[in-house]
Design a binder for this molecule. Structure first.
Ligand code: F6P
Length: 326
């Protein structure tokens, strides 16, 4: 096994709070083991164009507490094509980069999975996405911060909902994954949660609104955005207004506020642990896995298994939503 001398590090896909903490952990751990780190700007896009720069101890000072990513990020259509991946590999060879650490979500891992199958380069992934929709880790970097941002916003909406006796339908992020909606719905005391994975759909909500307690003064319904082009919340809001004209209904879409802000302590610790583990895994020969935390232990999961559509919603969480919102 050849000794690794220069790790290329990049963030890709939607940014997530805690990505900077992960970058810092990778750089500092690599330097500790006398391995160089090359930063790659804007994910796969920068890899293809050779937008590389050296990262040192100082370049990652004072970033652990910052949201966003100092490496910038992008979604790359070019890398989905074989010519794009070939160009990227040539750039890596030219810059003597002999391993990669990728921080991102589902799309990123699909990209590196193919790349690792096609080219002889070891790659470790770190789960960086607010969506928490990857297998092989209990939580992804950014999820804890995002759900805390959501409940802060929903608590504020609850104040005005209560003053006006209104029903609010609030859309949260999570492309075809209801993980953000599920936890924030429980934490905000929602009347209903509508997520792609659950049967608690619009009809169940209508049933509760028709037959549930009538003395409620404010009601919150949390809707996961899903992967369609249209806003789910507006659609549901329209239906609720038609069926229940007596309810004063408003729709609120939280949007990209969920992706920003200072990472929570949980996200910084998660990012630091898996970031350090990724470098040490490369040193001992891992080459196509994501580093995650399960039951507070670092575990490695092959990319093919980490990517979503494998994640499952805990039915107990869904059950208590209904019990607790009686
Ligand atoms: O993957 C993270 C995420 O925030 C999803 O929850 C959301 O659907 C998507 O990114 C939005 O992406 P963009 O910022 O590119 O519109």
């Amino acid at each position: 096994m050849a000794q690794i001398k220069n790790i290329g590090l990049f963030t890709s896909g939607g940014d997530a709070p805690g990505m900077n903490a992960a970058i810092r952990a990778v750089v500092r751990t690599a330097l500790y083991h006398e391995i160089e780190v090359t930063g790659i700007r804007r994910g796969f896009e920068g890899m293809i164009s050779g937008d590389f720069f050296p990262l040192n101890r100082k370049s990652v000072s004072n970033i652990i507490q910052r949201g966003g990513t100092i490496l910038k990020t992008a979604r790359s259509a070019q890398f989905r094509r074989p010519e794009g991946r070939e160009a990227a590999y040539e750039q890596l060879k030219n810059f003597n980069i002999d391993a990669l650490i990728a921080i991102g979500g589902d799309g990123t891992f699909r990209g590196v999975k193919t790349f690792a199958e096609e080219y002889p380069i070891p790659i470790i992934g770190l789960p960086g996405t607010i969506d928490n929709d990857l297998n092989g880790t209990d939580f992804t970097i950014g999820y804890d911060t995002a759900i805390n941002t959501v409940i802060n916003a929903v608590d504020k909406i609850r104040d005005t909902a209560e003053s006006h006796d209104r029903l609010f339908i609030i859309e949260v992020m999570g492309r075809d994954s209801g993980m953000i909606a599920l936890r924030t719905g429980i934490a905000a005391g929602a009347e209903g949660i509508i997520i792609p994975e659950s049967e608690f759909g619009v009809e169940r909500l209508f049933d509760r609104l028709a037959n549930g307690r009538k003395d409620k003064t404010s009601r919150i319904v949390i809707v996961g955005e899903g992967d369609g082009d249209e806003s789910k919340a507006f659609d549901i809001g329209r239906q609720v207004k038609e069926r229940f004209p007596q309810l004063d209904t408003r729709v609120s879409i939280l949007g990209h506020i969920q992706r920003g802000g200072k990472p929570t302590c949980m996200d910084r610790v998660l990012a630091s642990r898996v970031g350090a583990a990724a470098v040490e895994a490369l040193k001992i020969g891992y080459r196509g896995d994501m580093a995650g935390l399960i039951n507070n232990e670092v575990v490695f999961t092959p990319f093919g298994h980490a990517i979503k559509h494998n994640t499952e919603i805990d039915p107990n969480l869904l059950r208590i939503v209904e019990i607790l919102s009686l």
